[in-house]
Ligand binder design. Structure first.
Ligand code: FUB
Length: 330
């Protein structure tokens, strides 16, 4: 088991002061993985009223190819136990300027509409990965390309020399109503969005925290801002873990807080998504510990999972141990 040994001990030492006790009613965590009839990855939760929507990429790798992802899907739940499959919400072919790869995404609600940001591979006019934006009047879609062009292309971040630097968008609306987008691979970037949600407003700033690899997720809890991400020790090149940083403002400064959890079982990648729902905080991830028919888990056949997330009184997050058994209410 990967959390045994030095990582497990290190995480116990990182646990810090006692957790904040919430008076809110709690519901039990579901059995993992959440989706069992398909391979799914890169979970991105969105809470709307009494419903949690979970946007995922559809992993369709057949053999040993790294990824084969053509569409995004959404599931919903009102109790974390029963999940409704709403099917695909978009195919990468819906972005006419993109050629493949329905990679990580996140949806956000703003001004009564639902805005969906996703990583794709751009066509030859802007080679490399790019970030797309789509819109719908409903969280379950259908979503349509909102811009007819990429929101972010590889040329906009010249520092990175690799073609997949501009992936994994996360979107967050601050208390003043400003929406921010962060993204990246190896470098992590942040920028403001214009109120129209389809244009960058002002400069792109680099905020790369230690061991950052990809999959940033922005959220706020209490007065603290969190940047949670897939981290990789490039010396060992072992599987990705989840680390995070905190800040007193979306503009930083960001303080590294170390590991939140270890790798997803059998998976090189891992990808965080965080939400507060039904009185509890939840950390969504993926692993590759699911078999569907005669296909076992693999780097391109992953499964989304979820675990309760607890905060310490000082605002740090308690280390999460990934356990495939149902996590009982605290
Ligand atoms: O699912 C494709 C890519 O793998 C995502 O964009 C990364 O976050 C990693 O999970």
């Amino acid at each position: 088991m990967r959390l045994a040994g030095s990582l497990g001990v290190a995480m116990m030492m990182l646990a810090g002061p006692a957790a904040t006790v919430s008076a809110a009613p709690e519901i039990a965590a579901p059995r993992n993985p959440i989706v069992r009839d398909k391979f799914t990855a890169d979970p991105a939760p969105l809470v709307v009223g009494d419903t949690l929507y979970l946007y995922v990429g559809h992993d369709e790798a057949q053999r040993d190819e790294m990824f084969n992802m053509r569409e995004w899907m959404v599931y919903s739940t009102k109790d974390m136990q029963h999940w409704t499959d709403h099917g695909p919400i978009m195919n990468v072919a819906d972005f006419k300027w993109a050629k493949k790869d329905a990679w990580a995404s996140q949806a956000i609600r703003k001004n009564g509409r639902y805005w969906f940001y996703a990583a794709v591979e751009h066509d030859a006019t802007h080679p490399g990965k790019a970030i797309a934006v789509a819109v719908s009047d409903r969280p379950t879609g259908p979503f349509v390309d909102a811009k007819g062009a990429a929101l972010i292309t590889n040329e906009m971040t010249p520092k990175g020399t690799h073609s997949w630097e501009d992936i994994d968008p996360t979107v967050f609306t601050d208390d003043d109503g400003t929406t921010w987008i962060a993204w990246g691979n190896r470098q992590c970037y942040i920028a403001r969005l214009k109120p129209n949600m389809i244009e960058i407003d002002g400069p792109i700033t680099e905020i790369t925290p230690p061991f950052f690899e990809e999959g940033p997720w922005l959220h706020k809890h209490g007065k603290t801002y969190y940047l949670t991400y897939a981290s990789l020790d490039r010396r060992t090149q072992r599987d990705e873990h989840i680390s995070y940083a905190t800040a007193p403002s979306i503009r930083g400064p960001w303080t590294p807080r170390g590991l939140l959890t270890g790798s997803g079982k059998y998976s090189f990648t891992i990808h965080p998504g965080i939400a507060e729902f039904r009185g509890r905080s939840w950390l969504f991830l993926h692993n590759a510990d699911l078999a569907v028919g005669d296909q076992s888990g693999a780097i391109g056949r992953r499964a989304v999972t979820v675990y309760p997330l607890h905060y310490n009184a000082d605002g740090t997050m308690r280390p999460v141990v990934q356990d495939s058994a149902a996590a009982p209410a605290r």
